[in-house]
Design a protein around this ligand. Structure first.
Ligand code: PEP
Ligand code: MG
Length: 576
């Protein structure tokens, strides 16, 4: 038995025979032609055939996977009709009397390598689209029959160099039990499609194509990203059991997708998702997220050479609000500094960037940047249920100043006759101990708190969150942290306000029972944790958790707290 390691791209376990996909030979030789117009016509015919195929694929994807996934093929149609691409191909055929396939390959490979070297992930994806489309058109020009993946009619695990999004879209889940490729990463389009199609996949194995032959028995584990080649009976039995367990859990999670998050004894909490881009909303909806609890808007500003304009920001916020269809969306204003740099801002180097001019501190200094973002947010507010929060608030004065700027921008928009929602809640992140300590006073002025434990822990413990050597001090369960969290929650509740948590701690299975016990109202985490958290919470008794939390608050160390949670888990009704 050989174990081949790669990257787990779509969860699940598959046990089946291998079907090795030989890449179609699309060799393009350079030829000089007598009549270039014949080549231009051949090119146009191949484009028409390709377009018909892509339209069919788009329709099929739309029906099976929905609009968002079908957009991939909309991008292919744009490539197939792009005058800036096809113009130069036809020019090349005519001016150099070249054959169509060679001219096409030459021009597209220039664009592909240009896109591949771009900083923006969006533009790098365009390279994948262009490669996919080029392959399709070349197959028509060369009259190479590409294997019809939709026609596979026995249970197999596909093994290939790579799968393009168009190939992935054709896979029939009843027969294709999984796929493994030499190249690709977790965020490549085919990996994303595999997750939507729920086909277990392992990508980026580098060598699987050379190690596996048609008909070899494979076990593919999409969770840990491994493929076992010709496993023995005992291993097959072990993985059959693992597969059953996985499927039983999935069936349970699927039932939880559209139900509210309620404890055994009827306490309702909200499970929200942390997102970085509008595209992440798909994951929120697929996993039954009830809100966006943290939209890290700074990603809009990163990986580029200049500030995003007000209009560009407005577009992104509007998209998220619209896609969430009235469910709450908490947008955090710019949190730059610390480990997130914007080279084009040319800020001076600091000795301690995490304690420096970051987040709202920078925004209060560079009000031009702040005001632009606030205007974009206010304008977008009419498209959904917007909540705004300021990061890294350390003093009441900072909050008041930031709020005044927001009110000034709102008044300016009103004077310009631009509509702004009057329902926008305004909150702060609690990630600095001074703010947690003064939470009772803050609670009188804000609409909500969102506890940012990623920073709150580092500042409370004075342990850099990026520094491995002090990671032993980075202790979410330290009673000091729990006491601060309790203080924030109690202070908010005393003023009738709600409290969320958007640090990693909110999705941590040891912390969740404690946070339920402390009375947290909203938990914001990564999309993939939502269903597991909902399942866990549904098995907890809020009343028991209150007792547990009280006991935890009087523990002396983080280990004692973790032990207490584990013991309670073993002795009571709550499994995890
Ligand atoms: C936090 O500090 O907990 C938080 C959510 O913000 P970030 O991780 O982006 O600093
Ligand atoms: Mg933070």
């Amino acid at each position: 038995m050989v174990k081949i390691k790669g990257i787990g791209a779509a969860a699940g376990i598959a046990i089946a025979k291998a079907l090795v996909l030989e890449a179609a030979e699309l060799v393009t030789e350079k030829r000089t032609v007598e009549d270039p117009e014949v080549e231009v016509t051949r090119l146009r015919e191949a484009l028409v055939l390709s377009e018909a195929e892509v339209r069919k694929l788009k329709q099929r994807t739309l029906e099976q996977l929905g609009e968002e996934k079908a957009e991939i093929f909309e991008a292919h149609l744009l490539v197939l009709n792009d005058p800036e691409l096809l113009g130069p191909v036809e020019d090349k055929i005519r001016t150099e009397s070249l054959n169509a396939e060679y001219a096409l390959q030459e021009v597209t490979s220039g664009f592909i390598s240009m896109f591949e070297n771009m900083k923006s992930a969006y533009l790098r994806e365009r390279a994948a689209d262009m490669r996919d489309v080029t392959k399709r058109v070349l197959a028509h020009l060369l009259k190479v029959k590409v294997q019809d993946l939709a026609a596979i009619n026995e249970e197999v695990i596909l093994v290939a160099e790579d799968l393009t999004p168009s190939e992935t879209a054709q896979l029939n889940r009843s027969f294709v039990k999984g796929f493994a490729t030499n190249i690709g990463g977790r965020t490549s389009h085919s990996a994303i499609m595999a997750r939507s199609l729920e086909i277990p996949a392992v990508v980026g194995t580098k060598e699987i194509l050379h190690q596996v032959k048609d008909g070899d028995l494979l076990i593919l584990d999409g969770m840990d990203g491994s493929v076992l080649l010709n496993p023995d009976e005992a291993t097959i039995a072990e993985y059959r059991a693992k597969k059953e367990q996985y499927e039983a859990q999935r069936a349970e999670y699927a039932k939880l997708r559209h139900v509210p998050t309620v404890t055994m004894d009827g306490l309702h909490v909200e499970l929200a998702v942390n997102i970085g881009t509008p595209a992440d909303v798909a994951g929120v909806l697929e996993n039954g997220g009830e809100a966006v609890g943290l939209y890290r808007a700074e990603f809009l500003y990163m990986g580029r050479d200049s500030m995003p304009s007000e209009q560009e920001q407005f577009g992104a916020y509007k998209t998220v609000l619209e896609r969430m269809e009235g469910k709450p969306v908490v947008v955090r204003t710019l949190d730059i500094g610390g480990d997130k740099e914007l080279p084009y801002l040319e800020l001076p180097k600091e000795m301690n960037p995490f304690l420096g001019l970051r987040a709202v501190r920078l925004c209060l200094e560079r009000q031009d940047i702040f005001r632009t973002q606030l205007r974009a947010l206010l304008r977008a507010s009419v498209y959904g249920n917007l909540r705004i929060m300021f990061p890294m608030i350390a003093t009441l004065d900072e909050f008041r100043e930031a709020k005044n700027i927001l009110l000034e921008e709102k008044a300016k928009l009103a004077a310009e006759g631009i509509q702004v929602s009057n329902e926008i809640q305004l909150g702060i992140m609690v990630e600095i101990p001074s703010t947690a300590v003064l939470a009772d006073l803050f609670a009188k002025e804000v609409d909500f708190f969102s506890i940012g434990t990623n920073d709150l822990i580092q500042y409370t413990m004075a342990a850099d969150r990026m520094n491995e050597r002090v990671s032993y001090l980075y202790q979410p369960y330290n009673p000091a942290i729990l006491r601060l969290v309790k203080r924030v929650i109690d202070s908010a509740h005393a003023e009738g306000k709600w409290v969320g948590m958007c640090g990693e701690m909110a999705g941590d299975e040891t912390a969740i029972p404690l946070l339920i016990g402390l009375g947290l109202d909203e938990f914001s985490m990564s999309a993939s944790s939502i269903l597991a958290a909902r399942s866990q919470i549904s098995k907890l008794s809020a009343e028991e958790m209150r007792t547990l939390a009280l006991e935890a608050l009087s523990c002396g160390t983080a280990e004692e707290v973790a032990r207490l949670v584990t013991q309670t888990r073993h002795h009571s009704s709550f499994p995890m």
